[in-house]
Design a protein around this ligand. Structure first.
Ligand code: NAD
Length: 467
C-alpha cells in the first residue's frame, strides 16, 4: 500500500509510487505520486516567483552559476542515483551530470540582445525581449538530468519560472537535482513535480502555463500539443527519431566501426539521436554486419554500477517488451540476428546487443523507433535508393553519412531531411548549435541562442525621433 506523506506543496499529502532498478527488476525506492489537483497551487507559486526572478538579469546569472556549483558538488550522489534508476553505466551518468552543469553555465551567461530597427523612417523602433511566465517542462527517462537542464537552463536564464515533471520511471535523480538547485535559486523558481499520468497531461493543459516544452515520443507529443492548445500556450516538442547512417562505397569499415557501433548502442540504444538503421552498399554489407556483430558479441553487458559494464539494461519493463516484440516480429518475417536477438536470462531488463540483417522491407524495426539495443543493417544498390530510404520515414531528427571523400559525403548529407547531419560521426552536439527536428521529430528550436529566444517573446517599442 502506498504510504501517505506530506510532499510537494505544503499542506498537501501525496501517496507514493515505486521506482524500479532496471538492473534487478526490483523496486528500490519510491517517489511522491502528486495529484493533478496540486498543480493549481504549484503554478500559482511559480507565477508569484516570476515577478522577482524576471526583474534582475545579473541576479539570475549569479544564481544559475551558483546552482551549477551546487550540482557539481553533489555529482557523486547524483550519478549513482541516476544509474540506479535509469540503468546506464556509471561513467555515462557522470558524463550526464557534467552536461547538466555545462548547460546551466552556458545559458547563465547568455542574454538576449535588444535591437534597433533602422528603416529610414523618423521613428525609433526597438525590439526588446520579455519572459513568458511560468513554463512547464516534461521529460523522458533516457537522459532525465541533461534533458531537464536543456529546458530549465534556457527557460530560467530568460526569466521564466518552471514546473518540471520527470518520467515516473526516473523521478529520483531529478528530485535530488531539484533540491540542489533550490539551494541556489529563489523559492518556487523551479519546482519538480513527480507522479503518474494524468499529471503530465494536466500540467500541459494548465491555464497558468505559458510555454510547454516537451521531450518524448511522437504520440505523447501530439497529445501535449492538443492539451496546450486549450490555453494557446507556446509548445516546443523534441520528439522521437529514426536516424539513418548511410555508408558510402569508399567507407573505411574498420576505421569507423567502433564509432558507428557506439552511435547506435550508447545508453543501450535509448537515445533520440541514436543511429537506428544503417544503409550499406550491397558489396560491403557482409563486412559491415560482421564488424558490428563482432563488437555486439564482445561488449560487456551488466548492471551500470559494475565498473566493467559498457552496456546497461533497458530502462523499464514496457520498453523491454517493445524491443523484444519488434525484434521477434522481424525475425519471424525472415530477418536474421547476426548477434543477439533475445533477452538475457536472469534478473533485470537486459537484452542482448542485436545486429539484424535480411530485414524485410517495411519492417517496424526499420520504419519505426526501436529505442533499444537492436540495429538493422540494410543493403542498398544506388545512392539515390539509400537517400530515399533514409528520408522515407515520418521522422527527421538526425542522420549521418560515412565515407572517405568528405566533400562527396557532405553532398549526400545535404540531401538528408533532418535537423542535424554528421559526417563520419553521429549525435555529437555543441551547446552553441540549434537543435530542431523536422517532420514528426519536433516543433520549435532548442539549443544555443535559439533555445534562449524560444523562451522569450519580442516586445517592440516605437517612439518618434527627438526634434
Ligand atoms: P513518453 O512520450 O512516453 O513520455 C515522455 C514524458 O511525457 C514522460 O515524463 C511521461 O510521463 C510524460 N507523459 C506521458 N503521457 C503524457 C501525456 N498524455 N501528457 C503529458 N505528458 C505525458 O516518452 P518516453 O518513453 O519517456 O521517452 C522515449 C521517447 O522520447 C522516444 O521516442 C525518444 O526518441 C524521445 N526522445 C526525444 C528526444 C529529442 O530531443 N528529440 C530526446 C530524448 C528522447
Amino acid at each position: 500500500m502506498p504510504t501517505p506523506e506530506a510532499d510537494g506543496v505544503p499542506g498537501r499529502r501525496s501517496s507514493r509510487f515505486p521506482v524500479v532498478d532496471p538492473a534487478t527488476g526490483e523496486t528500490f525506492d519510491e517517489a511522491p505520486d502528486q495529484q493533478p489537483a496540486e498543480l493549481d497551487e504549484v503554478v500559482a507559486r511559480a507565477r508569484r516567483a516570476w515577478g522577482g526572478w524576471r526583474a534582475d538579469q545579473a541576479a539570475r546569472t549569479s544564481a544559475l552559476l551558483a546552482a551549477a556549483d551546487a550540482v557539481d558538488a553533489a555529482g557523486d550522489d547524483l550519478a549513482r542515483l541516476l544509474t540506479r534508476e535509469q540503468g546506464k553505466p556509471l561513467a555515462e551518468s557522470y558524463a550526464e551530470v557534467a552536461r547538466t552543469t555545462a548547460r546551466l553555465r552556458y545559458f547563465a551567461e547568455l542574454a538576449p540582445r535588444t535591437r534597433r530597427i533602422d528603416d529610414g523612417r523618423p521613428v525609433r523602433s526597438e525590439i526588446r525581449w520579455r519572459s513568458l511566465g511560468p513554463v512547464a517542462a516534461i521529460v523522458p527517462w533516457n537522459f532525465p538530468l541533461q534533458l531537464a537542464a536543456a529546458k530549465f537552463a534556457p527557460a530560467l536564464a530568460a526569466g521564466n519560472t518552471m514546473v518540471l515533471k520527470p518520467s515516473p520511471f526516473t523521478p529520483l535523480a531529478t528530485r535530488l537535482l531539484g533540491s540542489l538547485l533550490a539551494t541556489a535559486l529563489p523559492e518556487d523558481v523551479l519546482t519538480v513535480v513527480t507522479g503518474r499520468e494524468p499529471l503530465g497531461a494536466r500540467l500541459a493543459a494548465h491555464p497558468g502555463i505559458r510555454h510547454v516544452t516537451f521531450t518524448g515520443s511522437v504520440p505523447t507529443g501530439r497529445a501535449v500539443a492538443g492539451a496546450a492548445a486549450a490555453s494557446l500556450a507556446r509548445v516546443t516538442l523534441e520528439l522521437g527519431g529514426n536516424d539513418a547512417a548511410v555508408l558510402l562505397d569508399d567507407v573505411d569499415v574498420d576505421g569507423i566501426a567502433d564509432r558507428l557501433f557506439w552511435a547506435a548502442f550508447r545508453n543501450c540504444g535509448q537515445v533520440c539521436m541514436a543511429v537506428k538503421r544503417v544503409y550499406v552498399p550491397a558489396r560491403l554489407h557482409g563486412e559491415v554486419v560482421e564488424a558490428l556483430a563482432r563488437r555486439a558479441k564482445a561488449v560487456t553487458v551488466g548492471p551500470g554500477l559494475d565498473p566493467g559494464t559498457r552496456l546497461g539494461p533497458v530502462n523499464n519493463a514496457p520498453q523491454l517488451a517493445r524491443v523484444e516484440q519488434i525484434t521477434e516480429q522481424a525475425l519471424a518475417h525472415g530477418a536474421r540476428a547476426a548477434s543477439g536477438g533475445h533477452r538475457l536470462d536472469g534478473p533485470g531488463y537486459f537484452f542482448a546487443p542485436t545486429i539484424l540483417t535480411d530485414v524485410p522491407p517495411g519492417s517496424p524495426v526499420v520504419t519505426g523507433e526501436q529505442f533499444g539495443p537492436v540495429l538493422p543493417v540494410v543493403p542498398y544498390g544506388t545512392l539515390d535508393e539509400a537517400v530515399d530510404a533514409a528520408n522515407g520515414t515520418g521522422f527527421g531528427l538526425g542522420g549521418s553519412v560515412w565515407g572517405t571523400d568528405l566533400d562527396r559525403a557532405e553532398a549526400v548529407a545535404d540531401r538528408l531531411e533532418c535537423g542535424t547531419a554528421w559526417i563520419n560521426h553521429h549525435a555529437e552536439l555543441s551547446l552553441h548549435q540549434p537543435f530542431a527536428g523536422v517532420k514528426d521529430s519536433g516543433v520549435g528550436v532548442a539549443g544555443g541562442p535559439w533555445g534562449l529566444y524560444g523562451n522569450l517573446r519580442p516586445f517592440v517599442v516605437h517612439r518618434p525621433e527627438e526634434g
